[in-house]
Design a protein around this ligand. Structure first.
Ligand code: GCB
Length: 609
């Protein structure tokens, strides 16, 4: 799905700011047709934001069910006769949208964009019409949703339980847009890049950009697709005619970790009379990704992942996309010498990938399939296995497949994305898990044959027991030796971690340790390095690194987590999860300085690895 864009033929209007908002604890809004007029009893709510922590009110924070947003918007006068689209960056976890009294779109899944074409609805209206946009957002998690959850009735009201370790923030977390395109328009583009040596010309490198443009609309039969690839200085380096083709770039400036060089692919639809029907610009990073044996190669060079599992999380804002935090977080990644992160445990805002592209930061892109494991914290004793007809079954699998489709459709053209993660720590040692995941791996490869696919394996499904890892191209392991097991006993932890990694290495695939970490209370110190202290976090990381450095197949280390983050309340969580290397407000703990030493010196010796 393309992004809203301002070009010679397109215009955008962002609908962020204060919307009217109200909860619907009794679920009556639809019957009472709250969309049909000004939202009754509403108060202000900023967009983008999670609604949970904006007000000091437990009823809002812990609300379960539907919540309503509304605002009016004027369609710019100049858009008369254009195709007009309403687009949501996300609505967590599902939404129904009305424009005036008309339902225009429904969407399931809390972390991918969706849109409604309003052109038909606007037909016959005077230019500059005012529209009432109403969104009903539902935060309930069920066995069918991605991620799963269960709602229980308690004396205090309905409560949402879930099996993942981050707070169930909800609302409109990303920008809402109204945008206009011509009625004949570029609907989609896919680019796949390659790098080869020029034929017969020795060492000369040739980049290839295969493109596939989908045009739609009223006069689509009467337009020709023309593309032009421009380098960072605006010079045209290749051009093509036709909806698909392959451009050759002699001596390309490759996109590489630490070197986010981008080209612009300008796509034009041109009518027989030479008139420009539409123009859209797609950024392109020329690079390759490949798994070969135990190596993960970017542009044919071994790449080692150094960085974090992150979260979209901040005080008050919850999971809102926030440009200030985005720029700051990427600057902190650079400061600490990291080259990559995982979008644990859901697709992030599109702006995050844009910046990662431009900064040469490598991304493992994860779908929101987290907590598909009833054995873990918050589990449901006695409920049996996670995957099955009465639990996470066919409906969940269909939603999971759709979430993968939307993820790949959204992020396929980002050079920063090098690996798809189809789940985090699912039950994976059972036949049912295997049957559930096999088609999802196939689907991901079918949608994108160019990137490896993996999932983050949980400690309770070690090598030999896990039935899903053989489907993966890369072994991704979340391991907490020294924290959840061998707590505080780093000598035992080291032996156990090493034994396990050596076992996984026999599979002959690259291993990325996608999580290792220890809860650490900033400011807590101890001369003897007790768990929860800043000294322990650094010693714990050092132990892990000794093991990683001794096992050749380990090609990546992602500390859990970049920053402290909010979770649901629980006896193991003190104001959230404290495994951050930075605090929630992004102050470095002692471990940050320790990591900086290791990662910056690695970067000095291999700037693009
Ligand atoms: C995990 C999960 C992550 C948790 C983390 C922890 O394995 O993947 O979501 O937050 O452990 O801190 O327990």
């Amino acid at each position: 799905m393309l992004r809203p864009q301002d070009t010679a033929t397109r215009e955008t209007k962002r609908l962020d700011g204060l919307w009217s908002f109200r909860l619907d604890p009794d679920g009556v809004g639809r019957d009472e047709r709250w969309f049909a007029g000004p939202l009754p009893g509403a108060f202000e709510m900023p967009v983008p934001a999670s609604y949970n922590d904006v007000l000091p009110d437990a009823a809002v924070r812990l609300h379960v069910g539907e919540a309503w947003y509304q605002r009016t918007v004027r369609v710019p006068h100049g858009w008369a006769g254009e195709r007009v689209v309403l687009r949501f960056g996300s609505a967590t976890h599902r939404a129904t949208v009305w424009v005036d009294d008309v339902e225009v779109v429904r969407h399931e899944g809390g972390y991918t964009p969706f849109e409604a074409d309003l052109t038909g609805l606007l037909a016959g209206r005077a230019p500059g019409a005012e529209l009432r946009v109403t969104v009903c957002v539902d935060n309930e998690l069920t066995f069918a949703s991605i991620p799963p959850g269960i709602v229980v009735e308690t004396p205090g009201g309905r409560r949402q339980h879930y099996f993942h370790d981050f707070f169930n923030y909800a609302g409109l977390h990303r920008s809402v847009w109204l945008y206009a395109t011509p009625t004949t328009y570029v609907d989609d583009v896919t680019v796949v890049t390659g790098v080869s040596r020029g034929p017969g010309d020795g060492d000369e490198v040739v980049g290839t950009v295969a493109y596939d443009v989908v045009a739609e609309g009223r006069d689509v039969g009467g337009v020709e697709v023309r593309v032009e690839l421009r380098d960072g200085d605006g010079r045209t380096v290749a051009a093509g005619i036709g909806a698909s083709g392959t451009l050759r770039v002699e001596g390309p400036h490759l996109w590489a970790p630490g070197d986010g060089y981008l080209y612009d692919l300008e796509i034009r639809l041109v009518g027989a009379d030479g008139v420009l029907a539409d123009v859209y610009i797609q950024t392109v990073g020329i690079r390759t990704v490949e798994v070969r044996g135990t190596q993960f190669l970017v542009n044919g060079e071994p790449f080692r992942f150094r960085g974090f599992g992150k979260h979209e999380d901040a005080a008050i804002r919850g999971k809102a996309h926030d440009a200030v935090l985005l720029v700051h977080d990427l600057a902190l990644l650079d400061w600490i010498g990291a080259n990559s992160f995982r979008t644990s445990h859901y697709p992030y805002a599109e702006e995050v990938y844009d910046l990662a592209d431009r900064h040469g930061v490598v991304v493992i892109d994860e779908v929101a399939a987290v907590g598909q494991n009833f054995d873990l914290q918050g589990g449901l004793p006695g409920r049996g296995r996670t995957f099955g007809p009465d639990t996470v079954g066919a409906a969940a699998q269909a939603n999971h497949a759709q979430a993968i489709r939307e993820l790949v459709a959204r992020d396929k053209n980002h050079p920063c994305v090098v690996l798809w993660s189809v789940a985090n720590e699912p039950e994976s040692e059972t036949d049912e898990a295997r049957a559930y995941f096999e088609p999802l791996f196939e689907l991901t490869r079918e949608l994108d044959p160019t990137r490896p696919v993996g999932f983050a394996n949980v400690a309770t499904a070690p090598h030999g027991a896990c039935r899903v890892s053989e489907l993966a191209d890369v072994v991704m392991l979340n391991r907490y030796y020294g924290w959840y097991v061998d707590t505080g006993d780093l000598a035992s932890a080291e032996a156990h971690l090493r034994a396990e990694l050596e076992a996984w290495a026999t599979d002959g695939k690259p291993i990325v340790v996608t999580e290792y970490g220890a809860d650490t209370l900033a400011g807590l110190h101890s001369a003897t390095g007790e768990p929860w202290t800043e000294e322990f976090q650094a010693a714990y990381l050092a132990m892990n690194h000794r093991v990683f450095d001794a096992v050749d197949a380990v090609v990546g280390e992602h500390v859990w987590n970049f920053a402290d983050f909010e979770t649901s309340a629980g006896v193991h969580r003190v104001d959230g999860n404290r495994k951050g290397v930075f605090t929630r407000d992004r102050r470095p703990k002692a471990a940050a300085h320790f990591l900086r030493e290791r990662w910056r010196s690695a970067r000095r010796s291999a700037p693009t690895a």
